[in-house]
Design a protein around this ligand. Structure first.
Ligand code: 13P
Ligand code: SF4
Length: 308
Protein backbone atom coordinates (compact mmCIF):
# COMPACT_ATOMS: atom_id res chain seq x y z
CA UNK A 1 0.00 0.00 0.00
CA UNK A 2 1.21 3.55 -0.71
CA UNK A 3 1.45 6.15 2.09
CA UNK A 4 -1.69 7.75 0.70
CA UNK A 5 -3.65 4.45 0.77
CA UNK A 6 -2.45 3.74 4.31
CA UNK A 7 -3.50 7.23 5.42
CA UNK A 8 -7.00 6.73 3.92
CA UNK A 9 -7.36 3.35 5.67
CA UNK A 10 -6.23 4.93 8.96
CA UNK A 11 -8.92 7.59 8.68
CA UNK A 12 -11.62 4.93 7.99
CA UNK A 13 -10.56 2.86 10.99
CA UNK A 14 -10.43 5.92 13.20
CA UNK A 15 -14.04 6.69 12.47
CA UNK A 16 -15.16 3.08 13.01
CA UNK A 17 -13.32 2.85 16.32
CA UNK A 18 -13.83 6.39 17.63
CA UNK A 19 -10.08 6.93 17.84
CA UNK A 20 -8.02 10.11 17.90
CA UNK A 21 -4.41 10.31 16.69
CA UNK A 22 -2.07 12.55 18.67
CA UNK A 23 1.47 13.12 17.36
CA UNK A 24 4.58 14.93 18.54
CA UNK A 25 6.45 17.31 16.21
CA UNK A 26 9.44 14.91 16.16
CA UNK A 27 7.56 12.11 14.40
CA UNK A 28 7.95 11.38 10.68
CA UNK A 29 6.22 13.87 8.33
CA UNK A 30 3.67 11.30 7.07
CA UNK A 31 2.73 10.49 10.69
CA UNK A 32 2.37 14.20 11.51
CA UNK A 33 0.16 14.62 8.46
CA UNK A 34 -2.29 11.90 9.52
CA UNK A 35 -2.61 13.22 13.10
CA UNK A 36 -5.76 14.92 14.39
CA UNK A 37 -3.63 16.93 16.76
CA UNK A 38 0.06 17.73 16.49
CA UNK A 39 1.77 19.26 19.49
CA UNK A 40 4.59 19.51 21.99
CA UNK A 41 4.58 17.62 25.27
CA UNK A 42 2.30 20.08 27.07
CA UNK A 43 -0.17 20.45 24.19
CA UNK A 44 -0.40 16.68 23.79
CA UNK A 45 -1.04 16.14 27.52
CA UNK A 46 -3.77 18.78 27.45
CA UNK A 47 -5.40 17.22 24.40
CA UNK A 48 -5.26 13.73 25.97
CA UNK A 49 -7.04 15.10 29.04
CA UNK A 50 -9.71 16.80 26.92
CA UNK A 51 -10.64 14.31 24.21
CA UNK A 52 -13.78 12.20 24.44
CA UNK A 53 -12.54 9.62 21.91
CA UNK A 54 -12.62 5.98 23.08
CA UNK A 55 -9.11 5.24 21.80
CA UNK A 56 -6.01 7.47 21.77
CA UNK A 57 -3.28 6.44 19.31
CA UNK A 58 -0.28 8.22 20.79
CA UNK A 59 2.47 8.86 18.24
CA UNK A 60 5.23 9.75 20.63
CA UNK A 61 7.68 8.04 22.97
CA UNK A 62 6.54 5.82 25.83
CA UNK A 63 6.51 8.35 28.69
CA UNK A 64 4.15 10.60 26.69
CA UNK A 65 1.61 7.80 26.22
CA UNK A 66 1.95 6.86 29.88
CA UNK A 67 1.15 10.46 30.85
CA UNK A 68 -1.94 10.34 28.60
CA UNK A 69 -3.02 7.07 30.20
CA UNK A 70 -2.62 8.52 33.72
CA UNK A 71 -4.80 11.53 33.00
CA UNK A 72 -7.36 9.64 30.89
CA UNK A 73 -7.79 6.33 32.75
CA UNK A 74 -11.08 5.50 30.99
CA UNK A 75 -9.52 5.61 27.51
CA UNK A 76 -7.59 2.97 25.64
CA UNK A 77 -4.14 4.50 24.99
CA UNK A 78 -2.13 2.81 22.23
CA UNK A 79 1.50 3.26 21.15
CA UNK A 80 2.32 2.17 17.59
CA UNK A 81 5.95 1.27 18.50
CA UNK A 82 6.27 -0.58 21.79
CA UNK A 83 9.95 0.14 22.36
CA UNK A 84 10.11 3.87 21.60
CA UNK A 85 11.90 5.11 24.72
CA UNK A 86 13.76 8.28 25.73
CA UNK A 87 17.31 8.69 27.04
CA UNK A 88 16.18 11.33 29.52
CA UNK A 89 13.34 9.26 30.93
CA UNK A 90 15.70 6.30 31.27
CA UNK A 91 18.29 8.29 33.26
CA UNK A 92 16.32 7.96 36.53
CA UNK A 93 14.12 5.32 38.18
CA UNK A 94 11.52 5.63 40.92
CA UNK A 95 14.00 4.07 43.39
CA UNK A 96 16.71 6.58 42.38
CA UNK A 97 14.34 9.44 43.14
CA UNK A 98 13.30 8.01 46.52
CA UNK A 99 17.01 7.76 47.48
CA UNK A 100 17.73 11.30 46.24
CA UNK A 101 14.82 12.71 48.24
CA UNK A 102 16.06 10.95 51.38
CA UNK A 103 19.49 12.54 50.86
CA UNK A 104 17.84 16.01 50.59
CA UNK A 105 15.17 16.17 53.31
CA UNK A 106 12.62 18.97 52.85
CA UNK A 107 13.33 19.28 49.12
CA UNK A 108 10.43 19.90 46.72
CA UNK A 109 10.75 17.64 43.66
CA UNK A 110 9.98 19.03 40.22
CA UNK A 111 10.13 16.42 37.49
CA UNK A 112 10.24 17.05 33.80
CA UNK A 113 7.46 15.26 31.92
CA UNK A 114 10.19 13.14 30.26
CA UNK A 115 10.12 10.59 33.11
CA UNK A 116 8.41 7.27 33.78
CA UNK A 117 5.17 7.06 35.78
CA UNK A 118 7.21 5.44 38.59
CA UNK A 119 9.31 8.65 38.86
CA UNK A 120 6.30 10.96 38.63
CA UNK A 121 4.72 9.01 41.48
CA UNK A 122 7.49 10.36 43.77
CA UNK A 123 7.45 13.95 42.50
CA UNK A 124 5.60 17.00 43.83
CA UNK A 125 5.29 18.88 40.54
CA UNK A 126 5.60 17.90 36.92
CA UNK A 127 6.47 20.34 34.11
CA UNK A 128 7.23 20.46 30.40
CA UNK A 129 9.64 22.78 28.60
CA UNK A 130 6.62 25.06 27.89
CA UNK A 131 5.82 25.77 31.53
CA UNK A 132 8.94 24.70 33.50
CA UNK A 133 9.89 28.26 34.49
CA UNK A 134 6.36 29.10 35.64
CA UNK A 135 6.06 25.84 37.61
CA UNK A 136 9.36 26.51 39.44
CA UNK A 137 8.38 30.15 40.09
CA UNK A 138 5.10 28.97 41.66
CA UNK A 139 7.13 27.29 44.46
CA UNK A 140 7.80 29.69 47.35
CA UNK A 141 11.34 31.15 47.15
CA UNK A 142 13.61 29.71 49.81
CA UNK A 143 12.24 26.15 49.50
CA UNK A 144 15.00 23.80 48.28
CA UNK A 145 14.05 22.34 44.89
CA UNK A 146 15.28 19.07 43.37
CA UNK A 147 14.93 18.98 39.59
CA UNK A 148 14.94 15.72 37.60
CA UNK A 149 16.17 14.48 35.19
CA UNK A 150 17.47 17.02 32.60
CA UNK A 151 20.55 18.91 33.78
CA UNK A 152 20.45 21.22 30.74
CA UNK A 153 16.83 22.31 31.17
CA UNK A 154 17.49 22.58 34.94
CA UNK A 155 20.54 24.82 34.42
CA UNK A 156 18.52 26.99 32.03
CA UNK A 157 15.68 27.38 34.60
CA UNK A 158 18.21 28.23 37.34
CA UNK A 159 19.61 31.03 35.16
CA UNK A 160 16.22 32.45 34.19
CA UNK A 161 14.63 32.29 37.66
CA UNK A 162 17.72 32.92 39.81
CA UNK A 163 16.92 29.75 41.81
CA UNK A 164 19.58 27.25 42.78
CA UNK A 165 17.83 23.94 42.21
CA UNK A 166 19.76 20.72 42.71
CA UNK A 167 19.98 19.01 39.30
CA UNK A 168 19.88 15.33 38.41
CA UNK A 169 22.65 14.36 35.95
CA UNK A 170 20.49 13.30 32.99
CA UNK A 171 20.37 14.59 29.43
CA UNK A 172 18.70 14.09 26.07
CA UNK A 173 21.12 12.31 23.73
CA UNK A 174 19.76 14.40 20.83
CA UNK A 175 19.83 17.93 22.32
CA UNK A 176 23.11 17.20 24.10
CA UNK A 177 24.71 17.53 20.62
CA UNK A 178 23.96 21.28 20.60
CA UNK A 179 26.63 23.00 22.75
CA UNK A 180 27.15 26.78 22.98
CA UNK A 181 30.23 26.75 20.69
CA UNK A 182 28.23 25.22 17.85
CA UNK A 183 25.29 27.61 18.27
CA UNK A 184 27.61 30.64 18.33
CA UNK A 185 29.39 29.40 15.21
CA UNK A 186 26.06 29.10 13.36
CA UNK A 187 24.99 32.59 14.46
CA UNK A 188 28.20 33.98 13.00
CA UNK A 189 27.73 32.00 9.79
CA UNK A 190 24.19 33.39 9.34
CA UNK A 191 24.29 37.02 10.53
CA UNK A 192 20.66 37.71 9.55
CA UNK A 193 19.18 34.61 11.22
CA UNK A 194 17.47 34.00 14.57
CA UNK A 195 18.45 30.77 16.36
CA UNK A 196 15.48 28.79 17.73
CA UNK A 197 16.96 26.83 20.64
CA UNK A 198 15.28 24.13 22.74
CA UNK A 199 16.18 24.44 26.46
CA UNK A 200 17.21 20.75 26.54
CA UNK A 201 20.18 21.80 24.33
CA UNK A 202 23.49 21.65 26.17
CA UNK A 203 24.30 25.26 25.16
CA UNK A 204 21.00 26.82 26.30
CA UNK A 205 22.23 28.01 29.74
CA UNK A 206 25.52 29.48 28.50
CA UNK A 207 25.36 33.27 28.98
CA UNK A 208 26.67 33.89 25.45
CA UNK A 209 23.65 31.99 24.06
CA UNK A 210 21.07 32.90 26.71
CA UNK A 211 21.60 36.67 26.35
CA UNK A 212 22.39 36.69 22.62
CA UNK A 213 20.07 39.18 20.85
CA UNK A 214 19.38 36.70 18.04
CA UNK A 215 18.52 33.67 20.18
CA UNK A 216 15.00 32.56 21.06
CA UNK A 217 14.83 29.74 23.62
CA UNK A 218 11.50 27.89 23.85
CA UNK A 219 9.65 24.58 23.72
CA UNK A 220 8.83 23.17 20.29
CA UNK A 221 5.43 24.87 20.13
CA UNK A 222 7.00 28.14 21.34
CA UNK A 223 9.58 28.03 18.53
CA UNK A 224 6.91 27.42 15.89
CA UNK A 225 4.80 30.26 17.23
CA UNK A 226 7.79 32.61 17.21
CA UNK A 227 8.71 31.76 13.60
CA UNK A 228 5.09 32.38 12.58
CA UNK A 229 4.88 35.81 14.24
CA UNK A 230 8.39 37.21 13.73
CA UNK A 231 9.28 39.27 10.65
CA UNK A 232 12.71 37.56 10.38
CA UNK A 233 13.02 35.42 7.22
CA UNK A 234 15.82 33.04 8.25
CA UNK A 235 16.14 30.68 11.26
CA UNK A 236 18.76 28.32 12.66
CA UNK A 237 16.86 25.37 14.13
CA UNK A 238 18.55 23.98 17.26
CA UNK A 239 16.28 21.07 18.08
CA UNK A 240 15.06 17.80 16.57
CA UNK A 241 15.07 18.13 12.79
CA UNK A 242 11.53 16.95 12.04
CA UNK A 243 10.26 20.17 13.68
CA UNK A 244 11.15 21.80 10.34
CA UNK A 245 8.18 19.99 8.72
CA UNK A 246 5.70 22.01 10.80
CA UNK A 247 7.85 25.17 10.68
CA UNK A 248 7.62 25.11 6.88
CA UNK A 249 3.85 24.68 7.04
CA UNK A 250 3.29 27.31 9.74
CA UNK A 251 5.68 29.92 8.37
CA UNK A 252 5.76 29.41 4.59
CA UNK A 253 8.38 31.30 2.60
CA UNK A 254 10.82 31.47 5.52
CA UNK A 255 14.11 29.58 5.58
CA UNK A 256 14.90 27.01 8.28
CA UNK A 257 18.50 25.83 8.60
CA UNK A 258 19.36 22.88 10.86
CA UNK A 259 22.01 23.85 13.46
CA UNK A 260 23.27 20.28 13.14
CA UNK A 261 22.01 17.63 10.73
CA UNK A 262 22.31 14.80 13.27
CA UNK A 263 19.80 16.09 15.81
CA UNK A 264 17.42 13.24 15.05
CA UNK A 265 15.50 11.31 17.70
CA UNK A 266 15.72 7.69 16.52
CA UNK A 267 13.12 6.69 19.12
CA UNK A 268 10.46 8.94 17.60
CA UNK A 269 11.30 7.56 14.14
CA UNK A 270 10.29 4.06 15.26
CA UNK A 271 6.72 5.25 14.77
CA UNK A 272 6.05 4.56 11.11
CA UNK A 273 2.78 5.09 9.25
CA UNK A 274 2.52 1.29 8.81
CA UNK A 275 2.74 0.85 12.58
CA UNK A 276 0.06 3.49 13.13
CA UNK A 277 -2.26 1.48 10.86
CA UNK A 278 -1.40 -1.78 12.63
CA UNK A 279 -2.01 -0.15 16.01
CA UNK A 280 -5.52 0.78 14.91
CA UNK A 281 -6.27 -2.55 13.24
CA UNK A 282 -5.17 -4.68 16.19
CA UNK A 283 -5.76 -2.08 18.93
CA UNK A 284 -2.14 -2.58 20.04
CA UNK A 285 0.04 -1.82 22.05
CA UNK A 286 -1.99 -0.69 25.03
CA UNK A 287 -0.20 1.37 27.69
CA UNK A 288 -1.44 0.75 31.22
CA UNK A 289 -0.10 2.11 34.48
CA UNK A 290 -0.68 0.12 37.70
CA UNK A 291 -3.48 1.72 39.79
CA UNK A 292 -1.33 2.74 42.76
CA UNK A 293 1.37 4.37 40.60
CA UNK A 294 -1.29 6.08 38.52
CA UNK A 295 -3.00 7.58 41.56
CA UNK A 296 0.28 8.98 42.89
CA UNK A 297 1.56 10.19 39.52
CA UNK A 298 -1.68 11.96 38.67
CA UNK A 299 -1.25 14.74 41.27
CA UNK A 300 2.01 16.27 39.91
CA UNK A 301 0.67 16.01 36.34
CA UNK A 302 -2.57 17.71 37.35
CA UNK A 303 -0.56 20.54 38.93
CA UNK A 304 1.39 20.89 35.68
CA UNK A 305 -1.82 21.16 33.65
CA UNK A 306 -3.16 23.83 36.00
CA UNK A 307 -0.14 26.13 35.47
CA UNK A 308 -0.91 28.32 32.43
P1 13P B 1 8.65 19.61 24.03
O1 13P B 1 7.71 18.76 23.31
O2 13P B 1 8.09 19.99 25.38
O3 13P B 1 9.17 20.76 23.30
O4 13P B 1 9.92 18.67 24.41
C1 13P B 1 10.74 18.16 23.49
C2 13P B 1 11.14 16.79 23.75
O5 13P B 1 12.28 16.44 23.74
C3 13P B 1 10.12 15.81 23.95
O6 13P B 1 10.71 14.64 24.25
FE1 SF4 C 1 13.75 11.88 24.65
FE2 SF4 C 1 15.49 13.52 23.52
FE3 SF4 C 1 13.99 11.95 21.98
FE4 SF4 C 1 12.89 14.02 23.30
S1 SF4 C 1 14.41 14.12 21.66
S2 SF4 C 1 12.09 11.94 23.15
S3 SF4 C 1 14.10 14.01 25.17
S4 SF4 C 1 15.54 11.26 23.46
Amino acid sequence: MSVNEISIRIKQLQEEKNAIILAHYYTRPEVQDVADYLGDSLGLSRMAARTDARVIVFCGVHFMAETASIISPGKKVLVPALHAGCSLAESITGEDLVAWRLAHPGGVVVCYVNTSAAVKAHADYCCTSSNATRVVESIPAGRPVLFVPDKNLGAYINKVTGREMELWDGDCCVHERLPAALLLERLEEYPGAIALVHPESSGSSDDRVLYHPRVFIASTAGMIDHARRSSCRQYIVATELETIHELNKSAPGKEFIPALRTTICGQMKKITIERVLEALEKEQFEVRVPDETRERARRPIQRMLEVK
